[in-house]
Design a protein around this ligand. Structure first.
Ligand code: NOJ
Length: 562
């Protein structure tokens, strides 16, 4: 090959790479709303939310302005882990409706310009999945190697690997005289991704959903699929990216879909592999570094550490700058596994509305795709229930385990109040009426009694509500390229009260400045000279040089169109 051809080829390659980097996908300017179906809206009054309930609230979601719904699992499931234990990937659990309802949801949502993102749980199934029912019968049936089996002796565990929901990750099956792996509950056996037959079945199932018209997928604990449990490797196994690339090629490759991997172990470096703009893996991942800040190092999520604001600034900024153009960020505070953010980093008492809006401002001004978890747009809060009123398997197992280990009841409850997953799973607070308008029947889990003060009905009518503030944040992302694409620079880096940053895109500049405390904070008003105030969570003020408790401001430079 001549030098000229080589050079031309190199330029062609570089050009293609640049084009890929430059290409804008719909999900890069979108805002996603997560629905936890059993707690969203109950249409048939059995106390459990369902698909028809979601359809009845599409208007509400349209008003908010979101582009896609991430739907937590609605597949057939014994509900040991509220649907993250699937027994049939191509059917809907009767508690949520049926396939016809699902098809209707996909098409109705499309009429509103809203895509449906399905939750794919590919690391494990339910123990009631026909594959597992067969697999556990013998070592030589058709599905025998769809799961992870290890020889051993009853009573002598293969190793001391622990399940995320407590106890050993190994369970003995007498029929096979072997242990199977379960990284979550004993009813969630881990799938064996080393098996090409299993992988092919999964691809077929995903293509079936793509043909139904879904807008993408959220991939549950996807960093676990390459596990090597006997070596103690759970996340980031040696074949992980090989599996993901093959999964991509056989399913959503070159299809205009949003894919987001749940990866608790991600670092900016690995996130660049997962979300490479060449489209070989996912659109983006959920990383949890900012979420993990409130637990003691090397301990479990229940072992609380004091909140460290300076670390929060550093971690969120690191993800903005280090991922940059090499990948794509997702932006979130909340989901169905996490406590309500206003009760964690905000103030759910006197400054609930101010702090809920402030927390929203910080991440909605950043680069990436923002996710809103149902009720976050109302500033819904954590709960403090009696232990008998909790429903989550993880919480109930923890309570039992820690009592047996001799922990004080009060200390266990303090962890549950702060971190329990049911904080996020109480029914959506729609109205002032009975059961917060979620259902006419007693819901599967108690409604947060503060629905009398915090509910969508009241907030829709009130212009300065948390709901309307979120609506404005979403609208601003649609309007300003600098919010979608601008570079990020941290401001006031050493300030212990203020989180502020600047975004720059061409001559457009955006400044976001937030007070994370319940006292006033001084700023330099010169910094915002020639800037227009786009949004603020307080009424207008003369005190430009001072932020009120939890005050948030978003500015744009006035000369940007020169
Ligand atoms: C992560 C999900 O978000 C969580 O709810 C679930 O319990 C585990 N994965 C197991 O599927």
């Amino acid at each position: 090959m001549s030098l000229v051809t080589l050079t031309v080829n190199r330029f062609a390659k570089e050009w293609q790479k640049n084009m890929e980097m430059e290409k804008k996908y719909w999900w890069q300017s979108s805002v996603i709303y997560q629905i936890y179906p059993r707690s969203f809206m109950d249409s048939n009054n059995d106390g459990i939310g369902d698909l028809r309930g979601i359809i009845s609230k599409l208007d509400y979601l349209k008003t908010l302005g979101i582009d896609a719904i991430w739907l937590s699992p609605v597949y057939k499931s014994p509900q040991d882990d509220n649907g993250y234990d699937i027994s049939d990937y191509t059917d809907i659990d009767p508690m949520f409706g049926n396939l016809e309802d699902m098809t209707l949801l996909i098409s109705k949502a499309k009429e509103y310009g809203i895509q449906i993102i399905m939750d794919l749980v590919l690391n494990h199934t339910s123990d009631e999945h026909p594959w597992f029912i067969e697999a556990k019968k013998s070592r030589d049936n058709l599905y025998h190697d769809y799961y992870v089996w290890v020889d051993g002796e009853e009573g002598i565990l293969p190793n001391d690997l622990k399940a995320c929901f407590g106890g050993s990750a190994w369970e003995w099956v007498p029929e096979r005289k072997q242990y199977y792996l379960h990284q979550f509950s004993v009813r969630q056996p881990d799938l064996n991704w080393e098996n090409p037959k299993l992988r092919a079945e999964i691809y077929k199932m995903i293509c079936w959903w793509i043909n139904k018209g879904v807008g993408g997928f959220r991939l549950d604990v996807i960093d676990l699929i390459g596990k090597e449990p006997l070596l103690g490797i759970t996340s980031d196994g040696p074949h992980l990216h090989e599996y993901i690339k093959e999964l991509n090629l056989n399913t959503w490759h070159n299809k205009d879909l949003l894919t987001v991997g749940e990866t608790w172990s991600a670092t900016p470096k690995t996130a660049e592999i997962y979300s490479n703009p060449d489209g070989s893996e996912f659109s983006m991942v959920f990383q949890f570094e900012h979420i993990l800040l409130d637990q003691q190092e090397g301990k479990s999520k229940w072992d609380l550490a004091p909140l460290d604001f300076m670390k929060l600034k550093q971690v969120l900024s690191k993800w903005q700058t280090e991922l940059s153009d090499g990948g794509w960020n997702s932006l979130f505070w909340n989901n169905h596994d996490l406590p309500r953010i206003v009760s964690r980093w905000g103030n759910d008492g006197q400054y609930r509305e101010e702090s809920a809006k402030m927390l929203a401002t910080i991440i909605h001004g950043m680069k990436g795709t923002p996710y809103i978890y149902q009720g976050e747009e109302l500033g819904m809060t954590n709960v403090r229930y009696d232990i008998s009123e909790y429903r989550d398997i993880e919480t109930l197992n923890l309570y039992k385990e820690r009592l047996e280990e001799g922990y004080e009841k009060e200390d266990i409850m303090a962890s549950i109040y702060a971190k329990g997953r049911d904080n996020a799973r109480t029914p959506m607070q729609w109205e002032l009426s009975a059961n917060a308008g979620f259902s006419q029947m007693a819901p599967w889990i108690k409604v947060n009694p503060n629905y009398l003060q915090i509910n969508a009905g009241e907030q829709l009518l009130r212009e300065d509500s948390v709901f309307h503030y979120y609506r404005q944040l979403i609208a601003l992302r649609k309007k300003y390229e600098v919010i979608r694409s601008g570079n990020y620079e941290l401001l006031y880096a050493e300030n212990p009260q203020i989180f502020a940053y600047q975004r720059t895109y061409g001559n457009e500049k955006l400044k976001v400045i937030c007070n994370f405390t319940d006292s006033t904070a001084n700023i330099c008003s010169e910094d915002f000279k020639n800037y227009e105030l786009l949004l603020c969570n307080y009424p207008a003020t003369e005190e430009e040089h001072q932020l009120r408790p939890y005050e948030a401001r978003m500015y744009i430079n006035a000369v940007r169109r020169s």
